[in-house]
Ligand binder design. Structure first.
Ligand code: GLN
Length: 315
């Protein structure tokens, strides 16, 4: 397969965009993430036959952070059905920061606005299938492993670092508890949420997840149905409307690819096969210097350039 560009071209684009890392900084509020090298930038594209094109710092692993939110959402939808899940969490963007308490306080909506902000994600973590926090986390990690056919591990240092500094998330979880929206105790729900954020992933594994989302839940490599097309459709809608936090509108306008970012600097992107483009791709990007919205600064710029050059936008 035929990527629309050569490795040399991609290498050139990465080096051009690397300077944008100065537009952000590593996530300072999680000490273990603050230590990442802010100059790194790597990208990997995966096509429907498992073929890959990569450039930059590709030999890296990093934690999923908020990227895990789209997978936990897919998992609960698969388990309980869309109707049940949408009773507990809405699909409306907030226009506020991912960890803001403001939308909840002001609008008192009766359920979190969407599963990709922290309030919604913590609610979803508590809903994961399993009878204990350990079982729920185990089920989630096994679900993610079923996408990639490889075992994944928790980054203990990041998990501990997050747990010690999760004051805002703890506040959000208490708020959810007070509103009767949390199916577990505060510390239980937080534990699952912080563990899922601390799962280690490589660019290749992340691109494979993006590829399966791009192909509506059916792995084009193994032909296995990983999750239903209804769930995939909603996942992509959420990635477009809420996946890049409160910069989702700009990302949709200038990049136009369903994507989900995390504060470790990772971006998961799913380029679906559609009318003007026969082939779909999964794209993973890593560059830990994040901008004010919490998105990888250079990673976003690289995707923007790639999308405009090769017409990856779904719009
Ligand atoms: N663990 C991070 C947090 O809850 C995840 C946030 C993110 O990636 N935006 O603050």
């Amino acid at each position: 397969m035929r990527f629309p560009l050569s490795t040399d071209q991609l290498v050139h684009m990465v080096e051009e965009n690397r300077s944008h890392t100065i537009l952000g900084n590593t996530a300072q509020y999680i000490p273990a993430l603050a230590n990442q090298d802010p100059n790194q930038l790597g990208i990997l594209l995966m096509g429907a036959q498992g073929d890959m094109l990569m450039a930059g710092d590709t030999d890296v692993s990093f934690t999923l952070q908020s990227i895990s939110k789209i997978i936990s959402f897919i998992s609960v939808c698969q388990e309980y059905g869309l109707e049940h899940v949408l009773e507990k969490v809405d699909v409306e963007p907030t226009g506020e920061a991912f960890n803001s308490i403001i939308p909840f306080e002001i609008h008192r909506p009766g359920k979190p606005f969407n599963p990709l902000i922290n309030a919604g994600a913590i609610t979803v973590s508590a809903m994961l299938p399993g009878n204990s926090t350990d079982e729920k986390f185990q089920n989630l990690i096994e679900f993610i492993e079923s996408f990639i056919g490889e075992q994944l591990e928790l980054d203990e240092d990041v998990y501990i670092s997050e747990k010690e500094t999760a004051h805002r998330n703890r506040a959000l979880a208490y708020y959810l508890k007070e509103s009767n929206l949390l199916e577990l105790e505060v510390e239980e729900a937080l534990d699952i949420y912080l563990k899922q954020c601390s799962i280690n992933i490589t660019l290749k594994q992340l691109a494979r997840i993006g590829l399966i989302i791009a192909y509506n839940g059916k792995d084009p490599i193994t032909k296995k149905d990983v999750f239903s097309s209804d769930v995939a459709r909603l996942a992509k809608v959420l990635m477009v409307t809420c996946g890049m936090y409160n910069a989702s509108g700009k990302f949709a306008a200038h990049v136009g690819i369903p994507a989900k970012s995390g504060v470790s600097g990772g971006i998961l992107a799913a380029v679906p096969p559609q009318c003007h483009r026969e082939a779909g791709y999964g794209i993973a990007v890593y560059s830990p210097s994040i901008d004010v919205s919490g998105n990888s600064a250079a990673g976003t710029m690289l995707l923007k350039q790639l999308s405009s050059m090769f017409n990856f936008s779904i719009f």
